[in-house]
Write a protein that binds this ligand. Structure first.
Ligand code: GLC
Length: 611
């Protein structure tokens, strides 16, 4: 191993040609490139010794984040621990959940009443004062590392808050800052954009532009009007944002979640999504990371149809993101629960299982956002499930409007024009726990809890990193109190963004409570996952089916074992043949002594065979 300088030089030289090539292709600005390079070196020199040691360790073991014992949790600092110090004080709880990867939701400075849950950043170098300080964040990252946990933080790079210094100066008429956003004096160009750019928040924030009355300009605001899109055609924007990214890295953040990444490049006449330049930028970020702080990972937030997602991994020679969300599988799981038909889910998984095993997906059931019904409608329409009525059915089902439904929740961005709406709610409420409590129906409660665990088991049987949304481990329900807060009332995503109920977490130790049943059930599944070779990323996975389209099997083969999960996605008991035998991993009993398996409504079984 060489000196620190040599280590840096080696990494730099490895990527220099490609980095320079891409940078020049995009910007043709040699001085700005030099500035980028010298700042990178400076940031490397400032990086502390323990992070540099971690970089070397991870460089030597590039698969460090791919173990089957990885378990993530998404947490809002204020809702879970009050402050960053509070979160640090609760790391023992996270450990008791088996969590070794913590995603802290956005926490950098953001205007209180115009924050989009923290996704409108006013200062990338300051923590929201009520949550603590940058030092607290650094301290927390350090404590996480000591306990073998990695920390993930959002890097909101598509836009800034209108309260960001750049935005304020742009608004005040400083040309240099106007050039960091998309500012227009007249409606001509915005009008052209509006012809091809779809809307993200059609009802809560219609249109893609906002008129600024004070300076008489239109500004591009893909999300909320107070989130101003940055113009990455300007190399200053790219450089400065890279410095912010490296600032996060030097605080000890392990995983950088690149928020809304498909949106970062805009081009008139296009949808302004997934443009080739986005990939150039992500590739450059990957190289910058590998040069300065190779221990960090890039997680792309690509909430797009399947064909658009995998390209964000890049290629073997030119990788982009280390990890992506398995968003289509997530939405398809919920579709399957509602329609009791596994065909689409099977097709989706067959496609995922064909992807290279080096791709790492984050699997999840719920997160802080709504569920968009981004399903494979070409296929569904072939089975007579037409897009508009099907979305309506799913929304009716999950809001509890149809008789067969047990779910509770709320619509999100219900667009009267496209008739499209998304859905919000917690896992437990969607599985029927809330409704069963309302009706005090014991049988319904049993089914709800079973479904909750079945879906988690299903998620845990997929390769990649399972991520639990904080509160789901104790079956937390929807919380409708956001409607009383004017700044939140229009945004139904807050129905599943409520304070962590510590008093309920206390009940997780009592086996007969809702919390105890979910918590204990999850821990058992997670422990099995973490200790069996069939759950590794290298294991071979395939789906299996029966005549009955409501039962799906997932078979994973690794080393000398095969683990088969059989999942009943219907509201009635099902029996399917199973001649494989094996042991029921949850009970230790013989799996199918009679040659078949009977599963209760929404039940599952994990069977292990020696091969
Ligand atoms: C991402 C976030 C979402 C936010 C949006 C705008 O999609 O997950 O919560 O509203 O970006 O930053």
């Amino acid at each position: 191993m060489g000196s620190e300088k040599e280590i840096y030089q080696k990494r730099f030289e490895k990527h220099l040609d490609e980095l320079k090539w891409l940078y020049m292709e995009l910007y043709d600005a040699p001085e700005m490139f030099d500035e980028l390079c010298s700042t990178m070196e400076k940031v490397y020199c400032e990086r502390n010794d323990s992070l540099k040691a971690l970089d070397l360790e991870r460089e030597a073991d590039p698969e460090w984040f791919k173990g089957n014992d990885m378990l993530g949790m998404m947490i809002y600092t204020n809702l879970f621990g009050g402050t960053l110090k509070g979160v640090e004080g609760h790391l023992d709880y996270l450990q008791s959940c088996g969590v070794n990867y913590v995603h802290l939701m956005p926490l950098m400075e953001s205007p209180k009443d115009r924050s989009d849950g923290g996704y409108a950043v006013a200062d990338f170098r300051k923590v929201q004062p009520e949550l603590g300080t940058v030092d607290d964040l650094e301290h927390l990252a350090h404590s996480c590392h000591k306990q073998g946990m990695s920390l993930c933080l959002d890097f909101v790079m598509n836009h800034t808050s209108e309260d960001h210094e750049w935005a304020k100066r742009a608004r005040a008429g400083e040309k240099e800052y106007e050039d960091r956003y998309f500012f227009y004096d007249t409606w001509d160009i915005p009008e052209e954009y509006e012809k091809t750019v779809p809307q993200v928040f059609p009802t809560t924030a219609p249109g893609n532009f906002t008129w600024l009355e004070d300076c008489k300009k239109h500004v591009l605001t893909t999300f909320y009007p107070y989130q101003w899109d940055l113009d990455y055609r300007n190399p200053v924007v790219f450089n400065e944002m890279m410095y912010n990214f490296l600032f996060f890295a030097n605080l000890g953040i392990d995983v950088i979640r690149i928020d809304a990444v498909p949106y970062i490049w805009k081009e008139l006449g296009t949808s302004c999504r997934n443009l080739p330049q986005v990939h150039t930028i992500v590739r450059m970020m990957r190289m910058i990371g590998e040069i300065v702080c190779p221990g960090i990972l890039l997680l792309g937030e690509v909430v797009m149809e399947p064909a658009k997602v995998a390209p964000y991994f890049g290629t073997v020679e030119k990788p982009e993101c280390h990890m992506l969300y398995n968003v289509t599988t997530m939405a398809t799981i919920w579709h399957t629960v509602a329609v009791q038909d596994i065909r689409l889910l099977r097709k989706q998984l067959d496609a995922v299982y064909c992807l290279p095993k080096t791709y790492t997906f984050l699997n999840y059931l719920r997160c802080h956002d709504d569920i968009g019904w981004g399903l494979d409608y070409d296929q569904l329409e072939g089975w007579d499930m037409m897009q508009v009525p099907h979305k309506k059915y799913l929304n009716d089902f999950y809001t509890g409007k149809v008789w067969e439904s047990f779910s509770r929740g709320e619509l999100y961005n219900d667009d009267p024009v496209t008739k499209d709406a998304r859905f919000c709610g917690t896992t437990a409420s969607m599985c029927g726990v809330e409704a069963a409590l309302e009706t005090e129906d014991k049988e319904a409660m049993e089914q709800a809890l079973r479904l909750d665990l079945t879906l988690h088991a299903f998620m845990l049987q997929q390769a990649g990193i399972p991520v639990i949304y904080s509160g789901d481990e104790i079956g937390q329900l929807n919380d409708y109190s956001y409607k009383e807060e004017p700044a939140k009332a229009v945004d139904s995503r807050y129905v599943h963004r409520s304070s962590f109920r510590w008093e309920l977490a206390g009940k997780a130790k009592e086996p007969d409570t809702i919390q105890g049943k979910i918590f204990k059930g999850l821990r058992q599944l997670e422990t099995i996952r973490g200790t069996h070779e069939s759950f590794t990323a290298q294991a071979h996975a395939e789906t299996i089916g029966w005549d009955d389209d409501s039962v799906l099997g997932i078979m994973r083969t690794g080393g000398t074992e095969r683990i088969t999960g059989i999942y009943n996605f219907s509201r009635s008991e099902k029996t399917v043949s199973w001649i494989g035998g094996g042991k029921n991993l949850l009970t230790g009993e013989d799996g199918a002594p009679e040659g078949y398996v009977t599963l209760p409504a929404y039940g599952f079984i994990w069977l292990r065979e020696e091969i």
